[in-house]
Design a protein around this ligand. Structure first.
Ligand SMILES: [Zn+2]
Length: 360
């Protein structure tokens, strides 16, 4: 099916088969044009098994609109977390071998081929190759090896994708719009914060031929600032007109900077994660100074106890249209699930509105 996306676009993360605390229908109007679904979680929680049992795609199971773009990640980033945080895995040439924290006796293997098969079962529109992500603090040798393995894995993933899909996509793209027939295959550029390795990774992957290219790994420098230089290297090392995806990026400021450099697709858990901690994104002048492009309402603060205004008076989301800061603060203080839902709806909606402002 031919699909169209206005760019730049932000995809909320539906990590465990749903956007955290947000029912799709609450944001599933013209604002929500795409989602990221996490491949590894879908497999682990049994969603892919359920899809196979019902012989349906994830879109049909969740009754999502046909024109919505579903992007599945490869599972690489979650494995990085299992390896680094829990010491529950290792990378071999065959794939990622890992165990889960709640069942540490059972070993799992995720290969580039298997990752594509799971993504095909989910039925996503944009599928990502399994990569070897790093924290960005590794030495040169480790970074180079991971980058080279990422290229070898990308080739294996592409072979599987081609076998499963059996056609190449037609794509029309400029910085304002992407028109494509589903599915597309996305490679992941690695190389850490090393300029030469990033360049090499981008060039190796471009020569293999992919529909789009993701910026993999951490986009931050050693001081925790958005690494503009390495993002520029990523974009400039790809053939001109390449579609670029800022994986896991980021704050509204980082998205704006990334878009100015040339990236057009973004996703991040930040809106829902921050919402659960009572940190609400608002337009400049409507909260506490936070970033270049946004302020924050930290709703737990005492000063909101008697504040009967909406979270953001410029926001047209259901939360801001119907509820007050004082009420939302009370619900979140009491850990009422409705509070998490209302806060998350606002943050996701605010991000999606932010993207429409970037487009204009
Ligand atoms: Zn709102």
């Amino acid at each position: 099916m031919q699909k169209r996306l206005s760019l730049p676009v932000f995809f909320p993360d539906a990590t465990y088969a749903a956007i955290h605390s947000v029912p799709f229908h609450e944001v599933s109007n013209h604002l929500l044009t795409g989602l990221v679904v996490t491949t590894l979680h879908m497999e682990i929680i049994g969603m892919t098994e359920l899809l196979q049992k019902n012989s349906v795609t994830y879109r049909n199971m969740a009754k999502l609109p046909e024109n919505m773009t579903l992007l599945t990640d490869s599972g690489g980033f979650q494995i990085l977390s299992l390896i680094n945080k829990h010491k529950l895995g290792k990378i071999t040439e065959e794939g990622a071998v890992f165990k889960l924290p709640d069942a540490p006796k059972k070993k799992h293997l995720l290969t580039p081929e298997r990752s594509q098969e799971i993504q095909a079962t989910i039925g996503s529109d944009i599928r990502v190759v399994l990569d070897v992500p790093l924290m960005g603090t590794e030495d040169y040798k480790t970074t180079k090896e991971a980058m080279e393995r990422t290229t070898r894995w990308a080739k294996r993933a592409k072979d599987t994708f081609t076998r499963l899909v059996g056609k190449s996509a037609t794509v029309k793209y400029d910085s304002q719009q992407l028109e494509y027939d589903s599915p597309l295959l996305c490679a992941v550029v690695q190389g850490g914060n090393d300029i030469a390795l990033r360049k090499e990774s981008a060039q190796q992957l471009a020569s293999l031929g992919f529909d789009l290219f993701g910026f993999g790994g951490w986009p931050l420098d050693e001081n925790g600032n958005f690494n503009t230089k390495i993002i520029e290297t990523f974009v400039e090392s790809l053939p001109s007109g390449s579609i670029t995806y800022g994986m896991g990026i980021g704050t509204p400021d980082d998205i704006e900077t990334g878009y100015k450099i040339g990236m057009t697709i973004f996703d991040c858990v930040l809106p829902t994660r921050n919402a659960r901690h009572g940190s609400l994104f608002v337009t400049k002048g409507n909260g506490e100074t936070a970033g270049r492009t946004y302020d924050l309402v930290r709703i737990g603060s005492q000063k909101y106890e008697t504040d009967l205004t909406p979270v953001d008076k410029t926001c047209d989301c259901p939360t801001c249209k119907n509820y007050t800061r004082a009420y939302l603060r009370f619900l979140l203080k009491k850990k009422n699930p409705v509070g998490f839902t209302l806060a998350s709806i606002h943050n996701v909606w605010w991000y999606l509105r932010f993207m429409t402002r970037l487009r204009s």
